[in-house]
Design a protein around this ligand. Sequence first.
Ligand SMILES: Cc1ncc(COP(=O)(O)O)c(C=O)c1O
Length: 461
Amino acid sequence: MSLTQHLSTPISSSSSAFVAHSNFISRTKNVSLPAKRFSICKCVAAASQEAQTAYKTTVSRNANMAKLQAGYLFPEISRRRAAHLLKYPDAQVISLGIGDTTEPIPEVITSAMEKRSRALSTLEGYSGYGAEQGEKALRAAIASTFYRNLGIEEDDIFVSDGAKCDLSRLQVVFGADVTIAVQDPSYPVYVDSGVIMGQTGLFQKNDQKFVGIEYMKCTPENGFFPDLSSVSRTDIIFFCSPNNPTGAAATREQLTQLVNFAKDNGSIIVYDSAYAMYASEGLPHSIFEIPGAKEVAIETSSFSKYAGFTGVRLGWTAVPKQLLFSDGFPVAKDFNRIVCTCFNGASNIAQAGGLACLSPEGLKAMHEVIDFYKGNTNIIVETFNSLGFNVYGGENAPYVWVHFPDRSSWDVFSEILEKTHVVTTPGSGFGPAGEGFIRVSAFGHRSNVLEACKRFKQLYK
Ligand SMILES: Cc1ncc(COP(=O)(O)O)c(C=O)c1O
């Protein structure tokens, strides 16, 4: 049963989500959480708030918000984790669920942020608002580090507070009237931001899809690359490689197919390269390595998973000058307008950290962090392989995608949580083609990853 199915279970009581939740749990082997404990877990529904206040404003709810079927996947997982902790207060819960980094930020990077932060306390070193597009030195360093010889220049780079925020700003640029395609499964933000913008129809329970979104199925059968001959034309194509959640990385040939597909259809690719540094040598690390991509693609990326900046917040988006709307207007100019209206620039301290990330020492330190997580990935992959599962991903991304054929992802998620106290992520939360899979994140301390794998072996031996 998927997240959306489970949360759309018909209910009549005011504590709707709790009822749905306990319905779901009761179907999972050996799990019976006492009802009273659920009252502490604040779940999705607004129904309980309705009961608390009689006063209503006269403002109608944004109908697009009402289309969203359930809470965002990761808050839902956190809620279930909290409920689990209430049930087992002494359990040593290990989280390999939400893709949050755990290793400390390398010193060479934090010391640069410390220096910048201290300078803010001096007359000479103080700075207030900076350029919305980011500091020149950082834009130049991003262009030369990630796009050397690819024709992407300093002024094509927009520094941001993270890739997720930029994805939403891009959606504001595109507006409500575009059609979108997403990989299925995919990082939920592409679908949810499209729904919020009004680019879709309603959610259909039968196929677990929103009307109006083109879901490009990515499964083991097609090597996690969509069969483009069966994909309908859309205005925008969201594509993430290396992929969250499947861990698959597209080859040069596959990305060439994608760029040609976009060009033939006059579409724009929004290429999410948040995990590019995890990709092995020989694989493309940017969409702009593909000839012609500058006329059809935008690339968004992030320091989050390279330098542990999930809390610091720093990313960027590259919008080439060559990318034009149908009337010939440059997409970059509209993106610039939105950035200047909706955003006031990334934190100057974070930008100092970003610049340090791109120094020779910073790059070496980031590679060490990435290699550490890749070591975790190997341990997880070997564990599930040794247990006879079909395991995907891992090699070029910090995510391992494990197949549990003919089982509901949420059932597997609950089984693992209940019996091993390990939090994973149910594949169906990333799209209907994720049903039957779970995603295991390699972000975790080594001792926790080893302990989690020991528990997986006990459960599935
Ligand atoms: C594919 C993908 N894109 C973007 C993001 C968000 O990155 P940021 O922390 O820069 O907002 C994530 C975070 O998990 C992700 O997995």
